[in-house]
Each structure stands twice: as C-alpha cells, then as structure tokens.
Design a protein around this ligand. Structure first.
Ligand SMILES: C[C@@H](N)C(=O)N[C@H](C)C(=O)O
Ligand SMILES: [Zn+2]
Length: 195
C-alpha cells in the first residue's frame, strides 16, 4: 500500500516526496557547509543553503528536535539531501567508505534519508563533540573512547534521541544519521530549486 501523509498546507503528499525542511519547522539552525567554500572540497558545491529531505525524514527529524528542545538544545544542520554528482566529487577526494559513501552504491544522503547534524545550546553554542564536522579521522568515531566524559555525553545524547526517532548512527562519523526506512529508497541527482 502507498502510505500518504496529510501536509500542513492541505494536499496529501506521499512520505517519500522531497520537501524543504523550512516549510515544516522554524526550529532548526542551519550551517549548510557545502553551500559555502568551508568544507573538504574547498568549494561551494550547492547553489543554495536549503535542506531538502524526504517527508518521512523531515517528520522524524522534527520529532527528534522536539525532544532536544525539551532538554534545552536544538539541532544544527550541516547537510541533508545531496545530489549524486556531488557524491562523485566527494569520492574523488576521499575514496574511503568510512568517511564518504561510494557513489556506485550511493549515499543515504543521495536518497534523501541522511542528515549531518550537531546540537546547540540555548545561546546557540555548539556542544563539544570532540572534532569538527567532516573531520575524517579516528577521533570522530563513536567507538573512539579516548575523549572526555562531556564529549561522550554530548555524542551519546545526540545518538540516543536520533535512534529513538528511527535513525541509525554511523560508527565513523558522530554527525551522520541515516533514516532506517530510507536505506533502500531510490538515488536522486536532482538539483533543488533555489527560489
Ligand atoms: C561526507 C560526509 N559528510 C558524509 O556524509 N559521509 C557519509 C559516509 C556519506 O557520504 O554518506
Ligand atoms: Zn552524512
């Protein structure tokens, strides 16, 4: 059966439809790294800083953010849907599946089911997660235990609530989460509308 969801704006849309997160919640903070030159490609590879995802991913992320907000935190977003062509460019620079998904298999970002995120506090300050976003080294791993109690707690909080809301964590990157129900969705290379 095809599952459908009542959209706030009226029409019933399928939960695999790509939507813009900002149309569903104003409670996220954005730092869309690939829409700036401040990323490992050293180039702005997106035309605009928008977060597109499948509706089911948006719904799960909004639910997770509600839980974080009850604790005084908010999600800050680094990346959402990523066109396959950009995945290919990333793989040319870092051909290591621990840090960049092989474009021949496709990333869950290419399927609209993955997000790269961190948490911020009431002052907008990022919680200490031990490394910066896209730090491609062992220190970014959930399994790297030579970090402070505070970092373990911060990573643990992010992971606990994201898992509760239907995401899988990714061992080698504390910031990356895959929606479980999107793992087999189709890969897209569509570029979003920036208007
Ligand atoms: C490149 C990095 N931000 C990331 O998302 N890596 C995972 C493994 C991916 O490419 O899916
Ligand atoms: Zn990611």
């Amino acid at each position: 059966a095809i599952s459908a969801t009542e959209d706030k704006k009226g029409p019933i849309i399928n939960d695999t439809t790509f939507v813009n997160l900002k149309d569903y919640s104003q409670n996220f903070v954005y730092d869309m790294k690939y829409a700036t030159p401040d990323n490992f490609l050293k180039e702005k590879v997106y035309d605009c800083a928008a977060c597109f995802l499948r509706l089911k991913t948006v719904n799960a992320l909004v639910e997770a953010n509600k839980k974080f907000m009850k604790k005084g935190y908010k999600i800050k977003i680094f990346d959402c849907y990523r066109p396959l062509d950009i995945q290919k460019r990333m793989w040319k620079i870092v051909p290591n599946p621990e840090y960049v998904a092989n474009p021949t298999k496709g990333s869950i970002h290419n399927r609209g089911g993955a997000v790269d995120i961190t948490l911020i506090d009431k002052n907008g300050k990022e919680l200490d997660m031990g490394t910066s976003f896209d730090y491609f080294g062992i220190e970014a791993s959930h399994n790297y235990l030579n970090v402070s109690q505070e970092i373990k707690q911060n990573r643990g909080l992010l992971k606990k609530i994201m898992i509760q809301k239907g995401f899988n964590s990714f061992d080698s990157e504390w910031w990356h989460y895959n929606l479980k129900s999107a793992l087999k969705d189709s890969i897209s290379n569509a570029k979003w509308d920036c208007n």
